[in-house]
Design a protein around this ligand. Sequence first.
Ligand code: NAD
Length: 472
Amino acid sequence: MTDVLESTNPARPEDVIGEFPVADAAAVAAAVARGRAAFPAWRDLGLDGRSDVIRRFQEITSQRKDELARLIVRESGKAIWEARAEAGLVPAKVDVSLGAGMELVAAQDVGGGARATYFPRGTLAVFGPFNFPAHLPNGHIVPALVCGNTVVFKPSDQTPAVGEWMLERWREAELPDGVLEVVHGGAATGQALAGYAGVDGVLFTGSYATGRAIREATLDQPSKILALEMGGKNAVVVLADADVELAVAETALSIAASTGQRCTCASRVFVETPLIDEFAERLADTLAGLRIGDPMDEHTFMGPLVSQASFDRVEKLRATAREAGGERIDLRVDLPAPFVGPALVRFDALRQSHSYQRDEMFAPEAALYPVAGLEQAIDAVNDSDYGLAAAVFTRDRGRYERFVGRVRTGILNWNKGTIGASGKLPFGGIGKSGNDRPAGVTASLYCTVPQAHLESDAGLDPALLPPGFPKP
Ligand code: NAD
């Protein structure tokens, strides 16, 4: 008998969204085989032919954004204001991928008959996380299809209905059969798909632990490209000359957006010593004022965590803050699981050695540390296994510039929080956050293989033959 995934609404557990058959190894192999069979025709359709289908998908998802937003709320618990923003990013991805993304892999002609072209890799596996169940897999799928690959998509096992919704829209756009396959399931399905020999690459967004497991599953397949977008332990730096009102608002947003469940959420805040008490008080007031509740309510800032299992994991890590030497400030404690309140944890010393201080929590909570100045702040940000996002608040652009290129993250913002990012730029991190294959506009680079050519229609020129080589 086939196993099924039951998808429920984290804000209302009695609301069952649907049941989805779990793909076993044979079902994964069949999906990949359909993808491989569809590949030559999709590749040979050319960019113009593919664009017609992809533009239709853009049109349909643009018209049905609100329906998608409501499904995201229902299945992930994300507040409706954020789900609307996410749904809007789905059609927007098409312009970036067909435009700036394809410019990165346009044929290069360096003269003298020397050229490079870029061809699709084949059949790629896309893994989605639960926290952006539409936008993030879409951020791999659209560029992969634009470049001429076929895709086997495994949505998060927490958000299979959003994955099915996306597939339906592609079908409506008349994407040929086999060009996009969806398989559902958790770790076992994911392992079967990542490790399957017929998959030419794995485009993954999720946690470090899973990224690591995928690398392990593909150790003997060195030519399989892995684009790993993983977790973060992101940092905000507030220097003494910062605009405090701005820094407080942006830091609170960075801590608590998506109930702290964004890869770019801030969980470490370094404040120059003269400002730390005032900053901590104002940040705590702002976090305490966030409206938490029904994520479908237009006035709600944040909904629940994605699941009871997530809540249990977060509670365990939260309980270790004191053991790590921090002073906990819980800002709401009256909420039913899996809802959680925001919290701050103050540390007097800058040492970040405890797992509480180093591991990703994925909840609306941050540690606050004093720093003596700019150089110490740079070292503090870099004292992390992750390297995804950082933000610096100062009125002095020169002080911010000191961080550029010295802070080891893929994203570094000035007077904007860690969660701000442009879809027109690369998006990714280093260390445990990623393997230097950023998504965003640069996704086209990992979706293609360069091919170099020396080309001539001039016939043989005997003058160019080396000495000692017989002339014709
Ligand atoms: P996850 O790693 O649990 O799951 C991601 C995907 O991998 C899902 O489809 C899941 O079913 C699958 N999976 C789980 N275990 C697997 C295994 N052993 N082998 C193969 N596949 C497996 O991540 P999540 O909880 O859905 O998402 C949250 C994580 O994603 C956080 O760590 C967050 O920081 C990260 N994230 C990163 C980015 C980024 O762009 N860097 C963006 C969003 C989220």
